[in-house]
Design a protein around this ligand. Structure first.
Ligand SMILES: NC(=O)c1ccc[n+]([C@@H]2O[C@H](COP(=O)([O-])OP(=O)(O)OC[C@H]3O[C@@H](n4cnc5c(N)ncnc54)[C@H](O)[C@@H]3O)[C@@H](O)[C@H]2O)c1
Length: 426
């Protein structure tokens, strides 16, 4: 393929080296005159293992050249990659000026009557909504009605890591392709045919947020590991042994478990033990800011769930809450987020009924009993039987534990599945 790459930084140069190795013809575009000169001399402007060899070979074989402004290369290109920088702006947002500038340049250079649209693939990390709110309007403003004929706009985040960029380019953890309708992109599929990685086709916004979610998760992992390491060192515990034990658990620790958005955490262990580790870290001067934030984050989520469920619901409305214990098939009410939700619903003036097949007030004992009545004194009055739940008329059903599918409820105007928050209509 004939490929243009805008931005000869870490991402663009790696793509140039790897795509030319595959036999594609690449024109690298960069505003930086020194970079353009160095690339054309077969040199690599950045330190990246193995890259200079690929670039110099590509220049020698005529598959790579660099320019500051492309000319007729735009007309013959099948595909353009945009890899310009999106550095932090003063307010912390991404500075999108380079993206806007390059988009305008491409829109002005492309022939509106091309026989086939130019596939313009954005690989820079951009804020969700940028394609629809910045990039597409720029193309539309320049190309007008011809925009669909002239260009195909795609977002395809880059997952390479510096220092292992070439290896990561050829062996990415996944390929995410964002298009206007969530469908595939033929040119990119052809280009990626030899890569062995799961491919996700999705709409622009889901593809755009992927990098934020990934990178922030990596940051969470590093910060968490370091906080645990600090606590261990202060307590004279070997952090390497602790790490070895931690990562050996691929069932609950290093797994997809506990990563799906849904309800808040709760129960008799998590909140108690998080609070205790928070206390311990403070006690030994290990300052664990991430761990400190967990309970507050969870409280914020409890408020969000309540607000989400009760939006557009007038006080006095009839609400059925399915599941009161912290999880299905348990009668443990201690620190259950559903107890908290029930309390909020009652205080806000809703007519609340609660059904939980595992909770029988007559069988609650010990701490569980004390917690239940201290936090929800009207527990016995609001708990209803399966039969009563099924004959009741409700304005809203909130399902916290997948109980709805085991019941023959009368249809309610709204049913919210807390484990699939926001997706109840999907
Ligand atoms: N570096 C990484 O490991 C990495 C990995 C994945 C994604 N990303 C993302 O990819 C993007 C690029 O990252 P990078 O590290 O390669 O950036 P970089 O700063 O190394 O390179 C960006 C290049 O774009 C050039 N440029 C700026 N405006 C231009 C214009 N109008 N026309 C042509 N060239 C122009 C700059 O001169 C520079 O050479 C960023 O959004 C980054 O967040 C980076």
């Amino acid at each position: 393929m004939k490929i243009l790459i805008y931005g000869m930084g870490y991402v663009g140069l790696t793509a140039a080296g790897c795509l030319t190795r595959e036999g594609h013809s690449v024109v690298g575009v960069d505003v930086n005159e020194d970079k353009v000169r160095e690339i054309n001399a077969g040199l690599c402007p950045i330190a990246e293992p193995g890259l200079e060899a690929l670039l110099s070979q590509a220049v020698r074989s005529g598959l790579l050249k660099a320019v500051q402004t492309p000319g007729e290369e735009v007309a013959s290109a099948d595909l353009a990659f945009v890899c310009v920088g999106t550095p932090s702006a003063a307010d912390g947002a991404h500075n999108m000026s380079h993206i806007a500038e390059v988009s305008r340049q491409i829109a002005l250079a492309v022939d509106p009557n091309r026989p086939k649209p130019l596939t313009v693939v954005y690989r820079s990390t951009i804020r969700p909504g940028s394609t629809e709110e910045i990039i597409l309007p720029i193309f539309r403003s320049v190309l007008g009605e011809s925009v669909r004929r002239a260009v195909e706009i795609v977002y395809n985040p880059e997952f390479l890591r510096e220092a292992s960029a070439i290896q990561d380019f050829f062996s990415p953890p996944k390929i995410v392709i964002g298009t206007h309708d969530g469908g595939p992109c033929a040119n990119l599929d052809t280009l990626n045919a030899s890569l062995d990685a799961p491919v996700f086709y999705t709409r622009y916004r889901e593809s755009e947020i992927t990098k934020f979610v990934d990178n922030t998760w990596h940051a969470v992992k590093v910060a968490y590991a370091n906080e645990i390491g600090r606590v261990c060192l202060r307590l004279g515990i070997d952090p390497r042994k602790v790490h070895e034990i931690f990562v050996s658990d691929t069932k609950l620790n290093i797994s997809a478990y506990y990563t799906r958005p849904g309800g808040p955490f709760g129960g008799s262990c998590l909140p108690k033990d998080v609070r205790a580790l928070q206390h311990l870290a403070g006690d030994v001067g290990a300052s664990a800011t991430l761990i400190d934030s967990l309970i507050r984050s969870n409280e914020a989520h409890k408020h969000f769930v309540f607000d989400y469920c009760t939006r557009e619901l007038k006080p006095g409305a009839r609400v059925l809450l399915l599941g009161l214990a912290f999880k299905a098939n348990s009668d443990d009410l201690r620190e259950s987020p559903n107890m908290d939700l029930a309390g909020k619903l009652l205080r806000a003036g809703y007519k609340l009924s609660v059904y939980d097949p595992s909770v029988d007030p007559a069988k609650l004992v010990g701490q569980n009993l004390g917690y239940a009545y201290a936090h929800l004194p009207s527990l016995s009055q609001i708990l209803v039987s399966k039969a009563a739940a099924e004959v009741g008329d409700y304005d809203l059903v909130i399902d916290t534990a997948g109980h709805a599918k085991q019941l023959s409820l009368k249809p309610a105007p709204r049913t919210i599945d807390v484990a699939r928050l926001g997706l109840e209509r999907a």
